[in-house]
Write a protein that binds this ligand. Structure first.
Ligand code: HEC
Ligand code: HEC
Length: 371
């Protein structure tokens, strides 16, 4: 047998010998050639079984303490896994101070949440909705045993947990729940936008002439959009992985100035809450702009109703929401304003709309298994 064939035969033999382990740890991403998969922690490898379990948990109200909201109550697939309601409402009726960010491509984000650079992994982040009080989102805390009990006494879950974590012998704990949720969220990769079809897949007609003009404006130094909304996700992304990816940007866009020194509302001081530095008052993560047209209202607190209004405000140099004539001293100096004709504004919006992935929400692999 020629050497190459012999190697193939040997590899086949090794694979079949190791198949129970391999079957657990293989996951077919089915991504286009230009897009690497998101980083995966070594202690939580992807598997089809884990993603399937995570998906069911994500859409299941049984995961909340009182058993009546799910992750998907605030991260709905039709809105790119964000929440059209503002504010989002937690399981005990409490208003959530910030908007729920979209979860498409969340696995590529280098720092999670609107303003905490220390939040690095989906596994860490899941503790917030599950266990945080003030106000509680899902209130699993204090109900840990009954939540686990619900899953252990459900035949479908018993099978799914056993397939996803065979080493645990069918017992359920929050470590597995959190790992499965993270694996499912990493599988939420979206790349079928008109922009990508045009740029990377060579589909000439995928973007309209208006969207192409808008793209030029977006990347124009005069507008400066791409200095903060950069890289393949047009926002926070894993620097090392994606073509053109940039570090996460935290910026104060001058929405509030309650005291003449740039104070934001007491309920939310942004980055300052995690760094304690006065100059970080009002700085929030520049959000990714994919699917942005699907998720009004805008900004961390939903304070701006439409894309038109977001752009008009940037054009006038980002005045405070209270008065078109007042500007916060902490506002990012890059937001100094620009002039844009009505057609140019429409073009810019046409470009932002070309960042919508309409196939993503309809993709059966991502949606609720309870339909
Ligand atoms: C009551 C509404 C609500 C529920 C329920 C909820 N979330 Fe969220 N989610 C939010 C809000 C609001 C934020 C932004 C938090 C912040 O910035 O401090 C967020 C942020 C996130 C982020 C960070 C995304 C990013 O771009 O940084 C992830 C990931 C996430 N949620 C996953 C989940 C998972 C998994 C569940 C279920 C276990 C869940 N969420 C349940 C409202 C919710
Ligand atoms: C100095 C950095 C910076 C520049 C320049 C910038 N943005 Fe932003 N942008 C941000 C930050 C930070 C936020 C979120 C602020 C908040 O919620 O308090 C934001 C929010 C947005 C939102 C709302 C998204 C959402 O999910 O709520 C849109 C849309 C947007 N920017 C588009 C643009 C466009 C278009 C341009 C160019 C005209 C631009 N931005 C320029 C930093 C910037």
């Amino acid at each position: 047998m020629p050497i190459a064939l012999r190697l193939v035969a040997l590899a086949a033999l090794l694979i079949s010998a190791a198949s129970p382990v391999l079957a657990q740890n293989t996951y077919a991403w089915s991504l286009p050639a230009w897009l690497p998969p998101p980083p995966v922690p070594t202690d939580n490898p992807m598997s089809v079984a884990k993603v399937e379990l995570g998906r069911r948990l994500f859409f299941d109200q049984k995961l909340s303490g009182p058993s009546y909201i799910s992750c998907s109550s605030c991260h709905t697939p039709e809105h790119a896994f964000s929440d059209p309601r503002h504010p989002s409402i937690g399981v005990t009726g409490g208003k959530i101070r910030r908007r729920a960010p979209p979860l498409a491509n969340v696995g590529y984000r280098e720092a999670l949440t609107w303003a905490d650079p220390r939040m690095r992994t989906l596994e860490d982040q899941a503790h917030q909705p599950l266990f945080r009080a003030d106000p509680p989102e899902m209130e699993a805390n204090g109900h840990e045993a009954s939540v686990v009990d619900r899953f252990e006494h459900d035949a479908t879950y018993r099978r799914l947990f056993t397939e996803a974590f065979p080493e645990k012998g069918g017992t359920v704990d929050f470590d597995q729940i959190i790992k499965a949720l993270a694996a499912y969220q990493r599988s939420l990769v979206s790349y079928t936008t008109p922009y990508e079809r045009f740029r990377f897949a060579g589909e000439k007609g995928a973007m309209s002439a208006a969207a192409l003009r808008g793209e030029k404006l977006f990347f124009d130094a005069k507008l400066g959009c791409a200095t903060c909304h950069a890289g393949a996700t047009f926002g926070p992304s894993a620097r090392t992985l994606l073509p053109g990816a940039a570090p996460v940007v935290y910026a104060n866009t001058g929405l509030y100035d309650l005291d003449g020194k740039g104070a934001y509302k007491p309920i939310d001081h942004g980055l300052r809450e995690s760094t304690n530095r006065p100059e970080d008052m009002g700085r929030f993560r520049a959000p990714g702009l994919r699917d942005v047209a699907k998720r009004a209202p805008y900004m961390h607190d939903g304070s701006i109703a439409s894309l038109e209004a977001v752009i008009d405000r940037y054009a006038s140099g980002a005045p405070t929401l209270a008065s078109a004539l007042s500007f916060s001293p902490l506002k990012d100096p890059r937001l100094s304003g620009f002039t844009l004709s009505a057609t140019e504004r429409d073009d810019l919006i046409a470009f932002l709309r070309a960042l919508d992935d309409d196939t993503f929400a309809a993709d059966e692999r991502h949606g609720s298994p309870f339909r």
